[in-house]
Unconditional design. Structure first.
Length: 88
């Protein structure tokens, strides 16, 4: 039996790793939206999804595997500095 669709698999030529970050947004922001942003240099993609009705979010920073910010032992101050510069 022939299927009504065709599947084409592509090689992943842009693999990413992620860091999860608990985050809260200002109380006057809507708490039922997903937020997404890219850094100015394309180095990081930031995705935040609501985790409750009170403004707490589960955020993910998507980075290339070789990026120093993706390292397990990355200095938190370096990560915060980059985050604050790119996502004021």
């Amino acid at each position: 039996k022939e299927l009504p669709f065709h599947v084409k698999r592509y090689e992943d030529d842009n693999p990413r790793v992620y860091k999860s970050i608990p985050i809260s947004f200002p109380s006057h922001w809507p708490h039922d939206l997903n937020y997404s942003a890219r850094s100015s240099d394309g180095r990081v993609t930031f995705e935040a999804l609501p985790s409750d009705a009170h403004g707490k979010y589960c955020a993910l920073m998507l980075l290339k595997a070789g990026d120093p910010l993706a390292a397990a032992d990355c200095d938190p101050d370096l990560l915060r500095s980059y985050f604050e510069k790119e996502y004021p």
